[in-house]
Design a protein around this ligand. Structure first.
Ligand SMILES: Cc1cc2nc3c(=O)[nH]c(=O)nc-3n(C[C@H](O)[C@H](O)[C@H](O)COP(=O)(O)OP(=O)(O)OC[C@H]3O[C@@H](n4cnc5c(N)ncnc54)[C@H](O)[C@@H]3O)c2cc1C
Length: 656
């Protein structure tokens, strides 16, 4: 059994006690200690900025041309915090409880409580940096709701929360760059981890402009490299998001936890054909005011606005009256799939449901009339006033929808369908965010996170920033305090030479295949296998087939892939080939993990295990553990971390 090293004591005192007793590194020693931070999204930027500010010597890496282009910039809807500004009953405990329940009782109590505790400091930190969160008329920060909660605790900056938060973290990072505590290496991709005497001591990075391989030493390495949703090919993730850094660490001894726990987001623009390489999210914030429905009659082809109210099925409100349109993502996604599979889908593909703003426009319009004391006004005036309010709240999302689909969502309901969005699985870490390799840490979406089998909306940004601003500054010191006598290890050490050679050999092998098929075509085929057989619904039979298919695809890839261009030059096809090769291996592990977990929980829905009304059926006796996989030559070994619930009592999740 794996030990997460959760501090003893009462749940709400663990983190405080840990912080008060943890080992420290004095300022003079900090200046001698070097730290590599791979990734500059919200987790990486906040970590690098904080550690630089504390006095450590930091080197940060990202593969984009600027830290500001990390995938985090795409986050739309918001970030949670238990501030209880709305006086609607929120508290640290409630955020903790909602997260544990939302994750279907597959997350650690100790970590989740710490996350809820620091959530409030994140908002203060970001406000101090100048992040322009939305405010009420009186100046107070505004909140909205996200799925799986009955309170309003989501802070937001229109539909650009990730962008604004990242600019805040980026500014903090750039300040340290200017002060000389952080050295920034953009357009560099980590392609190998260097381990010396069992400790992570550096990385091999490829300069993506020149193709050159570089060696970098550090006393500790932090992977903040994001999630692996792009294993599915079609996802809402940024195109460059990949698993390579985590995978290299995994192959060198870092366990990979719960790889099959992926999140399918219910509100995305549906796939429109075979030509697409990217899907677009319509933020969950839209479920605050939008109502989701399908026609009550199968195969009803009438335009949405011609279907009368009594012939509509608001199926989430019908099935889950307590949470309605704000049930968690896994529940909402499955419910949409169920309606479409049963023949009630809309649009030309019939793989879509409606997200309708007509009622919200009327509600807001009437409130405006009353607020402005306008008396008796025409229906048109009410509608226009309502549209203005909706525009202010969600305008950029509506504009994006119109641009992509050509339809005006103020006039006709949006069509939406679930799509791959986030990965709860990732590198296994203990309470201190340390992987199973000494000196190697994982933060943000790259670790297996605090979200169990299903993440609640607006909790990823919260976790990434908690890890970077508030957790790692304490936990890393606890490790480095014992390493102050280690001086810089020269990069001609045999471990660096060997790691660089390994990376070079792999690149040479890839380039020498000179086959007939493009990297993209392999990625697309991989995505289809994983989506069809390890996506929203999984079965033992399908997963066994998928494992065979992925293995065959791997063999075909390594004998027939064609990569144009040169090694020692800018070559995005080569960059992508390395990433797809890693995705293929990860795809196999995801299916193995999904096959091994003979239960349904959160986003992991095994068709064999469901309640009579189609909800996920957990098996707490058999599977209340984190599955952490150790890589072995051509195979994986399963380790388990038992999940002990001391405060919350696991029960069948109900949102009814
Ligand atoms: C469309 C969309 C909207 C979302 N909206 C929300 C929201 O409203 N609220 C919320 O809480 N969550 C949201 N999420 C989830 C959230 O955006 C992510 O979970 C979060 O931003 C991840 O941050 P991160 O710092 O862990 O990783 P990322 O932002 O993905 O950053 C990864 C970094 O790692 C670098 N990197 C990766 N591999 C390497 C390598 N091998 N070498 C060097 N560098 C590397 C990249 O260059 C990048 O800098 C959304 C997700 C999507 C897809």
């Amino acid at each position: 059994m794996l030990d997460a090293k959760i501090p003893a004591g009462k749940l709400d005192e663990k983190w405080t006690k840990y912080k008060g007793t943890v080992k420290l590194v004095n300022p003079a020693n900090k200046r001698k200690l070097e730290i590599i931070v791979v990734g500059t999204g919200l987790a990486g930027s906040s970590a690098a900025a904080s550690l630089g500010e504390m006095g450590y010597k930091v080197k940060a890496f990202c593969f984009q041309d600027s830290p500001r282009r990390a995938h985090s910039i795409a986050a739309q809807g918001g970030i949670n915090a238990a501030k209880n500004y709305q006086n609607d009953g929120d508290s640290v405990y409630r955020l903790f409880y909602d997260t544990i329940k939302g994750g279907d009782y597959r997350a650690r109590e100790g970590n989740v409580h710490r996350l809820a505790e620091v959530s409030t400091s994140i908002i203060d930190q970001c406000v101090a940096q100048g992040v322009p969160f939305a405010r009420e008329y009186g100046g107070l920060l505004s909140n909205r709701s996200f799925g799986g909660t009955q309170v309003q605790r989501t802070f937001y900056a229109a539909g650009q929360t990730g962008q604004q938060l990242l600019i805040g973290a980026y500014q903090a990072l750039e300040r340290q760059v200017a002060l000389g505590t952080v050295e920034m290496h953009a357009r560099h991709e980590m392609v190998e981890l260097v381990i010396i005497d069992g400790k992570a001591r550096g990385i091999i990075a490829r300069n993506l402009v020149t193709g050159e391989l570089e060696r970098h030493f550090a006393h500790a390495v932090l992977l903040c490299t994001g999630g692996y949703g792009n294993v599915f090919y079609l996802s809402t993730n940024a195109m460059g998001s990949n698993v390579t850094a985590a995978w290299k660490a995994h192959k060198k001894g870092a366990y990979f936890a719960n790889p099959c726990f992926t999140q399918i987001h219910p509100t995305c623009i549906p796939v429109s054909g075979d030509h697409q390489s990217k899907l677009t999210l319509m933020s969950e914030s839209l479920r605050n005011d939008g109502r989701i429905w399908v026609p009550a009659k199968q195969g009803d082809n009438r335009p949405a606005n011609e279907i009368p109210e009594e012939e509509r099925d608001y199926y989430l409100e019908r099935r889950y009256p307590a949470f309605g349109n704000l049930v968690p993502r896994d529940v909402a996604s499955r419910a949409a799939k169920e309606r479409c599979d049963a023949g009630f889908g809309v649009g030309s593909s019939k793989q879509a449901v409606y997200l309708d703003y007509a009622a919200a426009i009327q509600r807001y319009g009437k409130a405006e009339v009353s607020k402005k004391n306008l008396g008796n006004v025409s229906a048109e005036v009410i509608t226009n006033l309502g549209k203005d309010v909706v525009k202010e709240k969600y305008g950029n999302l509506f504009a994006m929808y119109e641009k992509i689909t050509g339809e005006n969502p103020y006039e006709v309901p949006m069509r939406i369908y679930p799509a791959v969005h986030y990965t709860m699985g990732g590198l296994w870490v203990d309470y201190e965010l340390k992987t199973t390799i000494d000196g190697l840490y994982a933060l943000g979406e790259a670790n297996f996170s605090e979200h169990g089998a299903n993440r609640l909306g607006a909790s990823a940004l919260m976790q990434g920033l908690a890890d970077g601003y508030f957790v790692i500054p304490y936990t890393l010191g606890n490790y480095l305090a014992d390493d102050i006598r280690t001086t810089s290890i020269p990069t001609d050490h045999p471990a660096f030479v060997e790691a660089e050679q390994k990376a070079a050999d792999r690149i040479n092998t890839l380039m020498s295949i000179k086959g007939k098929q493009t990297v993209e075509s392999f990625h697309k085929r991989l995505g289809k296998i994983i989506w069809d057989k390890c996506g929203m619904a999984r079965s033992a039979e399908g997963l066994k087939q998928a494992i065979e298919e992925v293995r065959a695809l791997k063999a075909e890839f390594w004998s027939d892939v064609r990569i144009p261009g040169e090694i020692n030059a800018m070559n995005p096809e080569l960059d992508k080939a390395g990433r797809v090769a890693d995705f293929i291996e990860l795809g196999e592990l995801m299916c193995i993990d999904a096959l091994d977990r003979n239960e349904s929980c959160g986003g992991h829905f095994r068709e064999e295990y469901q309640t009579p009304d189609g909800e996920a059926l957990r098996d707490d006796e058999g599977y209340m553990y984190v599955a952490a996989w150790e890589h072995q030559e051509n195979n994986w070994n399963l380790h388990k971390e038992a999940l002990n619930y001391e405060v919350v009592k696991p029960s069948q999740r109900s949102y009814k």
